[in-house]
Write a protein that binds this ligand. Structure first.
Ligand SMILES: CC(C)(COP(=O)(O)OP(=O)(O)OC[C@H]1O[C@@H](n2cnc3c(N)ncnc32)[C@H](O)[C@@H]1OP(=O)(O)O)[C@@H](O)C(=O)NCCC(=O)NCCS
Length: 218
């Protein structure tokens, strides 16, 4: 089972990172993969109630990779942490499948209570370099968070948010049929018809986001 997870993670790096040339290169040179392996071991100890050994393993992983993942964090399959240095993932953070994080991303808390205080990130989300996602908020499936954004409110599925505080962009021109390594669409994907469809989708996502903000504001 562990071997299968490792294999699919390596495959994900090779498919999604244009710089990854071979299995051996990914295995030897990708701190994001190493951090994930340390985390899987630390998380297993944590779940067995071995809290201090779990934290120690996690600390060792941080020392070796520059990526800090609390052993309590719940992480789905095929997470990619590209470059990695400076990433912080808090104790009650939850991450879905096929998520892509860049260096210096923080999935952090905003309160000192012991309960859920870190974000829940859906499937297939991209979080740009330096972005901070703070509090027990939800980032919906297929969302994109721009580099250096500070996200303090829920992000609707399929939305792209940028800035401080993060807000949805007006016009989302991505090609949803394929993965864009930097979260940005290839020019070839920008044919006029597709662009119009994408604009309609973006407007729908924006409306969903406004509705979810109204609902969460009560
Ligand atoms: C957010 C992101 C996914 C949007 O990509 P996109 O769909 O191609 O969006 P565009 O470039 O068309 O930009 C749309 C608008 O958002 C703005 N914008 C894009 N990224 C932004 C960011 N990180 N912060 C603030 N504004 C940003 C653009 O200036 C543009 O504004 P305008 O409509 O007023 O002109 C992308 O810009 C991004 O930040 N990707 C992360 C990449 C990364 O971290 N790379 C690290 C590699 S090591």
């Amino acid at each position: 089972m562990a071997f299968m997870y490792l294999r699919e993670s390596i495959r994900a790096y090779r498919e999604r990172d244009p710089a990854a040339r071979s299995v051996v290169e990914v295995l030897l040179c990708y701190p994001g993969l190493h951090a994930l392996i340390w985390h899987r071991m630390a998380h297993a100890l944590w779940r067995m109630g071995l809290r201090l050994p779990g934290r120690l393993l996690s600390h060792l992983g941080r020392f070796l990779t520059g990526i800090e993942i609390h052993p309590g964090a719940r992480i789905g399959r095929r997470l990619i942490i590209d470059h990695g240095m400076g990433v912080v993932i808090g104790e009650t953070a939850e991450i879905g499948d096929d998520v892509y994080l860049y260096h210096q991303v923080t999935l952090g808390g905003t309160s000192s209570t012991h309960g859920k205080r870190h974000p829940t990130v859906g499937n297939n989300v991209i979080v740009g370099a330096g972005a901070k996602v703070l509090g027990a908020i939800t980032v919906g499936d297929n969302a994109r968070i721009g580099a250096n954004a500070v996200v303090v409110a829920a992000v609707a599925a399929g939305t792209t948010v940028v800035g401080i505080p993060a807000r949805p962009i007006e016009r989302d021109r991505r090609d949803r049929g394929c993965f864009d390594p930097y979260g940005t669409p290839a020019e070839a994907a920008l044919d006029p018809l597709l662009r119009d469809v994408e604009t309609l989708r973006a407007e729908l996502a924006e409306l969903e986001c406004r509705v979810s903000r109204r609902v969460s504001a009560g």
